[in-house]
Design a protein. Structure first.
Lengths: 318, 271
């Protein structure tokens, strides 16, 4: 068989190649060093969270019975539960979301789509980003003066919800602006070019396409609010509550009631704080159990935010 | 200057003997802040004809085109001076007395990169009607079909109108955008380099479409491709550094350019 393969000259060693190899090995070493350092640095966060959670679980796991969720607090640690606390947390979060989300989303959209670029807008923008850095206790003081006394809402679920709504606003405003900014300019042009008004372009395109990003911001904001203690203690959350607020839905007309808004309340982290500050390990087990519930709730919300972002983003392609 | 003739393969559209004027630009200046992008433009746009805007990149073609649908109103610190009069009612569409939305309801636009909404094919085409308040399903159905036929896309998509417009191929997406621009029965359709993001086959089909549309609608098209201008347009305007250097029937401009700059550009001496 006549082959047309060219002849290849093979040499055992080429001068210079050994040097190249040594050079590569020397430089590679630093790659490995940084990879190890980086991995250790990353592990600090994960290991700490894991250690905390394992500690909580060991202390509180045996208290996580159905009764724990269905009982009011009690003087006897073994009979105490978190019923009023988790119901309070749910109701406060409802108010926070119902008030905070529309306000923050409107503000974010206004700043991105409508606001003229001038010094007033710049001032508002600086203010909003600074609000995110204000310690939560300061929100509590503001709310005590404004909602509890000046507006006369009292030490109620309404006051608590409004306080936390203010607190999550900066997070949601920033998330909204980022999501809105990610909508390509060409999409807005397409809408305007067929005669849409600014509001139509916003309502029909910019807002719907930003929902994944906004929802992520909302959930992260709420997950932060769910663990807040200081501002709610400031406005006078109770630490021992053995009743539930009026139910929002009833079987009698008019079927919905807003009396619960004016009710006194407690929330999960405050209940936990209360138990931690008592002497005796029995109550500490209750605190650990409440802690597990809060951590699981927060992680679940963050997980859901990640899932939402992933799912909804995949459906929108430009 | 006869070398120019051989540089371009011709299939130029005919110029009618007594063309009607659709729009007249008079003393138009346009500014981005302090930068004057258009300088004292005078030009007419003939009805039911294709008019091409050519010239080197950055000469102001897109800027001139976007004056026609007041797209610049969306950019802060921009300013129009002079007139673009639209006939038959003889209004100055760049006057601040005229709402830009009114102008965009009469003059629609197809962009450089296909930009369908991430919605269904049907909703993409219907959107211009929806913003006007058209709700009746029968009217929407009829006009969506007519627009898709007008954009030579109906046969390809009639069985999947509910699928997302973004799932179509690039050429189909651009025809979808043309359908969206046609659905509202515009008087003028503006094209800004509509084939620059497309492959040669999709480009040819868009060019055929533009030629076929010209019977019923006035077309202004920006292109940096001289062959394309020669193929689709009846009139061509050559711009340079924000000025209109030369304007006339495409055949004349390409075969007997009156200005040295035009002939230099056509022969590829710069651009
Ligand atoms: N949004 C803008 N702001 C400032 N200058 C711009 C803007 N858009 C275009 N220009 C300038 O205006 C001139 C004309 O641009 P354009 O009309 O896009 O050119 P062409 O479409 O012919 O390539 C260029 O000098 C460009 O830099
Ligand atoms: Mg351009």
């Amino acid at each position: 068989m006549a082959s047309i393969s060219p002849s290849i000259a093979v040499e055992a060693a080429v001068p210079g190649v050994a040097e190249i190899r040594a050079n590569v090995v020397r430089r590679r070493r630093w790659d490995i060093v940084f990879a190890v350092v980086g991995f250790l640095a990353t592990s600090v966060g994960v290991v700490t969270l894991l250690a905390l959670f394992v500690d909580l679980v060991m202390d509180g796991y045996h208290r996580l019975t159905p009764d724990f969720f269905l009982s009011f607090p009690s003087r006897r640690a073994a009979e105490a539960g978190i019923l009023s606390a988790w119901v309070g947390t749910c109701l406060v979060m409802m108010v926070t979301a119902a008030i905070g989300v529309p306000l923050a989303v409107s503000a974010g959209i206004y700043l991105e789509e409508y606001a003229p670029r001038n010094w007033v807008t710049t001032l508002i923008e600086i203010n909003v980003s600074n609000l995110a850095a204000v310690p939560s206790i300061v929100y509590g003081l503001l709310a005590l003066g404004l909602f509890v006394y000046a507006l006369g809402f009292g030490q109620s679920i309404l006051s608590a919800g409004l306080t936390l709504a203010l607190m999550i606003m900066p997070v949601v405003v920033v998330a909204t602006r980022e999501a809105v900014r990610a909508v390509p300019h060409t999409i807005r042009e397409a809408a305007y070019a067929v005669g849409a008004t600014r509001w139509q372009a916003t309502r029909d395109h910019v807002l719907p396409y930003s929902i994944p990003g906004i929802a992520t911001g909302v959930i992260i904001g709420l997950a932060r609010a769910i663990g807040e203690t200081a501002p709610l203690i400031t406005i006078g959350a109770l630490t021992f509550i053995a009743y539930l607020p009026d139910p929002p839905i009833s079987t009698k007309p008019p079927f919905v009631s807003f009396d619960w808004l004016w009710s006194g309340f407690t929330v999960l982290p405050i209940q936990m704080f209360n138990w931690v500050s008592r002497p005796g390990t029995a109550f500490h087990a209750n605190a650990a159990a409440a802690g597990i519930v809060i951590v699981v709730l927060t992680l679940a919300m963050n997980g859901f935010a990640i899932y939402l972002r992933y799912r909804l983003r995949k459906r929108i392609t430009w | 200057m006869s070398a120019v003739v051989t540089a371009v393969p011709f299939a130029t559209q005919s110029v009618s003997a007594d063309p009607k004027v659709k729009s007249r630009i008079r003393g138009l200046n346009f500014y981005y802040g302090n930068l004057q992008a258009l300088k004292n433009i005078d030009m007419v746009v003939y009805e039911h004809a294709v008019t091409a805007l050519i010239g080197p990149s950055g000469c102001g073609k897109s800027t001139l085109l976007r004056c026609f649908n007041r797209m610049h109103d969306l950019t802060p610190h921009t300013r129009y001076e002079g007139e673009i009069r639209l006939y038959p009612d003889d209004v100055n569409i760049v006057s601040s007395d005229i709402d830009p939305i009114e102008v965009r309801m009469r003059i629609s636009m197809v962009f450089q990169k296909p930009n369908p909404f991430p919605k269904s094919i049907y909703e993409n085409v219907a959107y211009g009607l929806r913003v006007r308040g058209v709700k009746a399903r029968s009217e929407l159905d009829g006009r969506v079909e007519a627009a898709l036929r007008g954009a030579a896309l109906w046969e390809e998509v009639k069985d999947r109108l509910e699928e997302p417009g973004t799932a179509l191929s690039g050429g189909q997406q651009q025809r979808l955008c043309i359908a969206r621009a046609l659905a509202t029965d515009p008087e003028i359709v503006l094209f800004d380099e509509p084939t620059s993001a497309l492959d040669p086959i999709a480009t040819a089909s868009i060019e055929d479409l533009i030629i076929s549309m010209a019977g019923s609608v006035t077309i202004l098209i920006v292109t940096h491709n001289m062959q394309q201008a020669a193929r689709v347009s009846s009139y061509t305007a050559f711009m340079y550094l924000g000025e209109l250097v030369e304007y006339g029937p495409t055949t004349e401009l390409f075969t007997r350019p009156r200005h040295q700059r035009t002939s230099d550009y056509l022969t590829g001496r710069f651009g």
